[in-house]
Design a protein around this ligand. Structure first.
Ligand code: SF4
Ligand code: SF4
Length: 255
């Protein structure tokens, strides 16, 4: 669990400062300063805050606890063709836990999906492969130099893992988050179509308006590196959709 601070709700009453057992909260003028290194995530400040400006979010759970939570829905899944999608963050960062959870879900005959950015070791994918029905696979930027520029890493591993999953005959839904001035140019879309064609993909492609999570990062005291207008207009995404359809791709917006 970690603390989320919502500045606009804070009335600077300093109740949290007075009650924090670790001295992790101070004020500089009207500005609350949270020292996350000192914070033990005890949650006292969140309990005492009169306005809900400070909250403890996230919860550590065992596989057993998750399955207990899901238990009441599993019967319903079987009737409604529903299932469980594991997303993140990046779920493959905790691959042993993920494998155990997916294995248990498959044992209960629950449909399983994993939402991944693809940046993980091949052996991690091999480990979970038998227990996954559907991969929701993010494909951000095809050009490797550009991918490195915006994400800090090469996309080689991401492409190799995608090609591995496609060969495995598991269902793969490719999701392309469209971000203005980063991956929405004519050249970017040409690169995307060329690559998809090269790996034999003509369908199961979703274009996603980028979900701006910078405010959430701010609340969690993390730095969100992308700046500027991040949400593509509906017109732009529709234009990309039409272009891809005109080139024989079965593509849809959202999902
Ligand atoms: S969660 Fe506990 S340790 Fe962390 S800031 Fe709040 S009161 Fe202090
Ligand atoms: S208790 Fe809540 S409202 Fe008061 S200073 Fe702390 S975060 Fe702000």
């Amino acid at each position: 669990p970690e603390l989320m601070y919502i500045k606009r709700k804070c009335i600077a009453c300093k109740t949290c400062v007075a009650n924090c057992p670790s001295g992790a909260i101070t004020f500089e003028g009207k500005q609350l300063i949270l020292n996350r290194k000192l914070c033990s995530s005890c949650g006292v400040c969140a309990e005492m805050c009169p306005t809900g400006a400070i909250k403890l979010v996230g919860k550590q759970m065992s596989t057993e606890e998750i399955l207990k939570e899901l238990n009441k829905d599993i019967l319903f899944f079987n009737q409604s063709q529903g299932g469980v999608t594991v997303s993140g963050g990046e779920p493959l960062m905790q691959v042993e836990f993920l494998k155990e959870l997916l294995e248990r879900l498959k044992h209960l005959k629950v449909h399983t999906a994993v939402d991944t950015c693809g940046y993980a070791e091949r052996k991690s994918f091999e480990l979970i492969l038998p227990y996954v029905d559907l991969f929701l696979y993010d494909l951000k930027i095809v050009d490797d130099a550009k991918h490195k520029k915006y994400t800090g890493v090469s996309n080689e591993k991401i492409r190799e893992n995608l090609e591995f999953l496609l060969q495995s005959e598991k269902s793969v839904l490719i999701r392309v988050p469209i971000v203005p001035a980063i991956n929405d140019s004519e050249e970017d879309i040409e690169d995307l179509m060329d690559y998809l064609e090269h790996i034999g993909i003509k369908s199961n492609i979703h274009l996603l308006p980028f979900h701006n999570i910078s405010e959430k990062y701010d609340m969690l005291g993390k730095k969100f590196k992308l700046t500027g207008e991040l949400r593509a207009s509906y017109e732009k995404i529709s234009f990309i959709e039409s272009k891809m359809k005109a080139n024989g791709f079965h593509v849809k917006i959202g999902g």
